[in-house]
Design a protein around this ligand. Structure first.
Ligand code: HPA
Ligand code: ZN
Length: 343
């Protein structure tokens, strides 16, 4: 392992763009299928991985949703979250803000309560076993109706102490942010923090980013790197300290590149850019792998990677006291590393 790879893995960081359903590794998929008496179309892990030939967001989602049918019981959701947090912890993640897609489960008859109590148990067990901190972000599926989104938000209110914010994912095409303006306004009144996906190279990307920033008034943007096409919007995002949760390896699967130039340009402009894994089981890379991929593509060194990790805590939705503690841990780690690896 090179020094930079070792540094990227050990660097204390927060992961802020991670879909729990996107952490379903083929091994766990087979285990859950066995547990629940489900027959899968594939007969081996290699066959499952070979089926991952996405060319864009739509073709990715066409493989992503059907795979979730093995998730049925609270224990299944618990194991999914626990396994992810274990792997994330091994890649230096100290805190994870994890999206979950309740509608992908309630729409096939799994009770909301089973999903969230399972995930919550996974988080509590992982905190005990690995010392990693985790929170949940309820993510609305934008290709379902605004009415279903509002009903899902209402269903979540009894669990609001377990949910820090509201997000928006799935297919952006034909589902602009304003479709959910009322749902997000209600969530804001209920005290949730807000983020929305502005996926890469979508039709109307800049209009959607403008609406998310000035109409919906989000606290963060997931992906969102097309903003570099509009310097005035970049200036606005910098002024407001908006976090961008970029996902380089994911980008290279759903578009033809990692968008490293855009990520580096945003970082240079002073935007609060972070690096994340999105759906690591599908894109075959966890968070530190994303730091390494970006560093190799863009020629970044430990100072830039440190800035990305610093940003991840700064734009996280942690309490101030926890954030300060993690930032102190980051500073101490980097100081020790530099002392042990003189340039
Ligand atoms: N974009 C949209 N929908 C998704 C994503 C994403 O990055 N990951 C999982 N669902
Ligand atoms: Zn995503």
């Amino acid at each position: 392992m090179s020094d930079l790879v070792a540094f990227a893995h050990a660097l204390p960081k927060a992961e802020l763009h991670l879909h729990l359903e996107g952490t379903l590794e083929p091994e766990l998929k087979f285990e859950l299928a066995r547990r629940n008496g489900i027959t899968l179309p594939e007969s081996s892990v290699d066959e499952v991985i070979a089926s991952y030939n996405f060319t864009d967001l739509t073709s990715f989602l066409a493989i992503y949703y059907p795979a979730m049918r093995v998730l049925l019981t609270p224990d299944d959701f618990r194991d999914l979250a626990y396994d992810y947090l274990k792997k994330a912890s091994e890649q230096g993640t100290r805190h994870a803000e994890m999206f979950f897609d309740p509608q992908a489960h309630t729409s096939r008859g799994v009770p909301f309560a089973d999903v969230i109590t399972g995930y919550r148990r996974g988080i509590v067990d992982a905190a005990r076993d690995f010392g990693i901190h985790g929170d949940l972000i309820l993510c609305i599926l934008r290709d379902f109706s605004a009415e279903f989104a509002m009903a899902t938000l209402m269903e979540a209110l009894p669990y609001r102490d377990w949910i820090i914010g509201l997000g928006l994912d799935s297919d952006e095409r034909g589902n602009p942010p304003e479709k959910f303006a009322e749902v997000f306004a209600r969530a804001r009144r209920e005290g949730f923090l807000l983020t929305m996906h502005c996926d890469i190279d979508q039709e109307g990307a800049i209009d959607n980013i403008r609406e998310v920033l000035t109409g919906i008034n989000v606290d963060r943007i997931d992906h969102g790197t097309n903003i570099v096409e509009d310097p005035e919007l970049v200036a606005l995002a910098v002024e407001r300290g908006i976090g961008f949760t970029t996902c380089p390896v994911s980008n290279s699967f759903v578009t033809e590149q990692m968008k490293a130039d855009e990520i580096v340009a945003l970082l240079a402009a002073g935007a609060k850019v972070t690096v994340n894994s999105d759906d690591p089981a599908y894109f075959r890379g966890y968070v530190a792998d994303n730091y390494v991929a970006l560093a190799e593509q863009a020629g970044l060194g430990i100072d830039e990677l440190t800035q990305l990790a610093r940003n991840s805590f700064e734009v996280s939705w942690l309490s101030n006291s926890r954030r300060d503690a993690f930032l102190a841990e980051l500073d101490e780690f980097v100081a020790t590393w530099k002392a042990e690896h003189p340039a």
